[in-house]
Design a protein around this ligand. Structure first.
Ligand SMILES: Cc1cc2nc3c(=O)[nH]c(=O)nc-3n(C[C@H](O)[C@H](O)[C@H](O)COP(=O)(O)OP(=O)(O)OC[C@H]3O[C@@H](n4cnc5c(N)ncnc54)[C@H](O)[C@@H]3O)c2cc1C
Length: 433
């Protein structure tokens, strides 16, 4: 084994020549050949730009050993944490190279570099969105937004609790208003991506969790950590070992008035308004995971010989690859169309999409998330399975794709919750005709 590999996988099994040809550079070339027909020149150029940066980073990082959170500042400096929009209030503005179309390019390029790293950055964006929407130019909120979008610090969204998962509109975390406009927080949150590594948390609670009015009284608060009144423990998820999730216990934690993003009664609407970008973001990572797994499997199937032939030409194997390739390519067209339309509507309505239209987008984003999570699960599993021993060993980053794809149907609302949302949308549709 060559010197530089000692610190990566445990024992090399995949042959040197094949391993070399599964490099990030080769995988980018493969994906680029796929994207060429469906992307505009400016989209493809942006994909290349992010790709070139990732290739440089590839020489410096160790995907097997590094703490991926240490990579975030460099990506932040380049503006590769998130491209959903410009954040002009922070002085960060990428001009025309911002919007959901560009975010989808960023996501594929970074996801192929390191999928769990990309997912962790996506969780920071869940904190960025509400701060951007409700900062009202308060200095502490602008500081948090600047920190997060520039990668200086990491953020987390705290919706889930040990006893409140899917039922997120009945939090048990108590957020009690004080005479000076601040809030006192008591309660426990759990499964919050990035929390142990974060400086900024966005938290939901309610003043009286025993009240039947809880959904109508919810609050949304910006919390800075570390502080003595908040204990943060890591929740370890073996399928995504590079990501740090948290369990946070709040004991009489005071949140100052200027960090109240949404006072009593605003929390529910603010949680709902974040659903479209959150689910679209997950759908983008899902399609990125599919492309990432297909790139590995396609290159491998062309090189790996069994019975004297590339396994691609053994129909049972080659057809499996092509079936999931076709499904991925078709689903990708749907994502691109959604991103383009969402960008157009955001521009038309000055960044604030009217409620009725947003409601329709909620359903479409749920459809994309539902289908994308399921597709990522199947594609990553089938491609690892196709590569067999090489696909499930630690010799390539297929190991990360396999792991991350196992949790996609849980994060951001489970499979059943997506269908629940869609069945409510069906009811609305019926009333409209
Ligand atoms: C890797 C990872 C990262 C995460 N990141 C975050 C994060 O950053 N921030 C955050 O706040 N949370 C996060 N979560 C939590 C995630 O959002 C929840 O796990 C999810 O919402 C489900 O909640 P639960 O695990 O409590 O399951 P439960 O809600 O207890 O669900 C258990 C089962 O019951 C089903 N079910 C529940 N209600 C219904 C219903 N009405 N109809 C039909 N079936 C139903 C569910 O689909 C599921 O199969 C993360 C979770 C994971 C695993």
């Amino acid at each position: 084994m060559s010197e530089e590999k000692k610190d990566t996988f445990q024992t090399q099994v995949v042959n040197e020549e094949i391993l070399k040809n599964l490099s990030l550079k080769k995988r980018y070339a493969w994906i680029r050949a796929n994207l060429m027909t469906v992307l505009t020149d400016e989209e493809l150029n942006f994909f290349d730009e992010v790709g070139r940066f990732c290739l440089k980073q590839e020489k410096e990082v160790n995907h097997w050993k590094d703490d991926v959170y240490t990579w975030i500042p460099k990506f932040g400096e380049k503006g590769y944490i998130n491209r959903n929009r410009n954040y002009s209030e922070t002085g960060i503005d990428w001009g025309d190279k911002a919007g959901y179309r560009f975010e989808s390019m960023r996501s594929i390029a970074v996801d192929m570099f390191d999928t769990q790293f990309n997912m962790a950055m996506g969780a920071t964006v869940l904190a960025i969105n509400p701060i951007h929407a409700h900062h009202e130019n308060r200095p502490v909120c602008i500081e948090a937004l600047t920190d997060l979008i520039s990668g200086k610090n990491v953020g987390a969204i705290l919706i889930t609790e040990p006893e409140r998962g899917s039922d997120s509109l009945h939090p048990l975390t108590k957020t009690e208003p004080q005479a000076d406009g601040s809030f006192i927080v008591n309660g426990v949150k759990a499964f919050n991506t990035n929390a142990p590594k974060s400086k900024w948390l966005v938290l939901y609670g309610a003043p009286d969790p025993s009240s039947p009015e809880t959904p109508n009284q919810m609050t949304q608060l910006l919390v800075q950590v570390p502080q003595d009144s908040i204990k943060i423990e890591r929740v370890y998820i073996p399928w995504v070992p590079k990501m740090h999730l948290g369990k946070e216990t709040f004991t009489n934690c005071r949140v100052p008035k200027d960090q109240v993003l949404g006072g009593i009664g605003k929390g529910r609407d603010y949680q709902f308004e974040g659903l479209v970008p959150e689910r679209l973001g997950i759908a983008m990572t899902n399609i990125s995971e599919c492309w990432g797994a297909l790139a590995y499997a396609s290159l491998y199937a062309n090189m790996r010989l069994q019975f004297g032939k590339p396994i691609l030409t053994l129909q049972g194997a080659g057809f499996v690859l092509c079936e999931w390739w076709a499904k991925t390519a078709n689903y990708y067209q749907g994502i691109l169309r959604f991103c383009a339309q969402y960008d157009v509507k955001m521009k038309k309505y000055g960044g604030e999409i009217p409620a009725a239209l947003n409601q329709a987008f909620v359903a479409t984003a749920a459809q994309l998330k539902y289908e994308g999570a399921s597709l990522a699960d199947r594609v990553c599993y089938e491609m690892a399975n196709l590569m067999a021993g090489a696909g499930v060993s630690d010799n390539t980053l297929m190991m990360d794709l396999l792991g991350v794809s196992r949790i996609q149907e849980i994060v951001g609302g489970t499979r059943q919750i997506m269908l629940y949302i869609l069945s409510m949308a069906q009811r609305q549709l019926y009333k409209m005709v």
